[in-house]
Design a protein around this ligand. Structure first.
Ligand code: URA
Length: 274
């Protein structure tokens, strides 16, 4: 019989305090060390990552992390310098130059080719927002639902830049129409937010919007009297790539994922979650 076993053989309950301490230790022992997670996603050696933590640049769920902190990457939000880091293993991010004639829905009832068929089957990804079947240009595909939700937030989505070739006379799009596009156009689903609009060449518009309504650019141009002939998306937030040929795709670099997360960081999370 051990020293602590009372006569009669019953094993005593540990005192409440010890139980609480042990529970806290068990909870902490779950998950991976923060510096290991940061090193894995490309912040440098573990030593460098320890320095990041010691310099108070890393937060976990909004609190400054201390050395030795463990995280559960499926649950905890880890940020470096305020930017969420893509720490969840298994998340993928592709950037595609969507060609014409391909739809961005996951499956098409009319049997048309989809962007999903152009990337690896596993892990399953979805397109972030939509591009019309005729529209070409940059499209993100990912299995990161949170980033998708942030990027497509209706009122505060990231900037998207389009180049639109429009039907017009030899004098191009009038200054009045450019002004209307910039200030907002009344569409059947309401006024559009102010946009940045320029005409780098006669009949070619460069339009930057942050909303993502269905066929928005086409409808805006049509509404001011200049129907779109061709439309391409040339930038999503901080992402550009003029080297991707139509139909090509590549994985985003870690820096690009971070830059994208940074571009949405100002979005009011309460608004998104409600
Ligand atoms: N606006 C459009 O009109 N079409 C697109 O595909 C994207 C934006």
């Amino acid at each position: 019989m051990s020293r602590n076993t009372p006569p009669g053989g019953a094993v005593p309950e540990p005192p409440l305090w010890e139980t609480l301490i042990q529970n806290a230790k068990d909870a902490e022992a779950e998950g991976e060390r923060l510096q290991k997670v940061l090193a894995r996603v490309g912040f440098g050696s573990r030593r460098i990552c320890e320095d990041l933590i010691a310099d108070r640049r890393v937060t976990v769920n909004g609190e400054i992390a201390v050395l030795g902190r463990r995280v559960d990457v499926s649950r905890d939000e880890v940020c470096v310098d305020g930017h969420p880091v893509g720490v969840v293993p298994g998340l993928v991010y592709y950037l595609m130059n969507k060609p014409e004639g391909v739809v961005t829905t996951s499956a098409d009832t009319h049997g048309r080719p989809t962007v999903i068929e152009m990337v690896p089957e596993e892990p399953r990804v979805f397109s972030v927002g939509r591009l019309d079947i005729e529209t070409t240009g940059l499209l993100i595909l990912t299995n990161d639902g949170q980033l998708t939700q942030h990027l497509t937030h209706p009122s505060r989505g990231v900037e998207k830049e389009y180049i639109a070739e429009v039907e017009c006379g030899p004098r191009g799009v009038s200054n009045g129409a450019l002004r209307e596009l910039r200030e907002g156009v009344e569409l059947e689903d309401g006024w559009t937010a102010p946009a940045q609009v320029g005409q780098p060449e006669v009949g070619v518009l460069r339009i930057v919007i942050h909303e993502g309504r269905n066929r928005q650019v086409r409808r805006m141009c049509e509404a001011v009297g200049y129907p779109v002939i061709r439309l391409a998306r040339t930038r999503i937030g901080p992402l550009r790539d003029t080297r991707l040929a139509p139909g090509e795709w590549r994985e985003l670099t870690l820096d690009e994922v971070r830059a994208l997360s940074g571009a949405v960081e100002d979005i009011d999370m309460d608004t998104i979650e409600s």
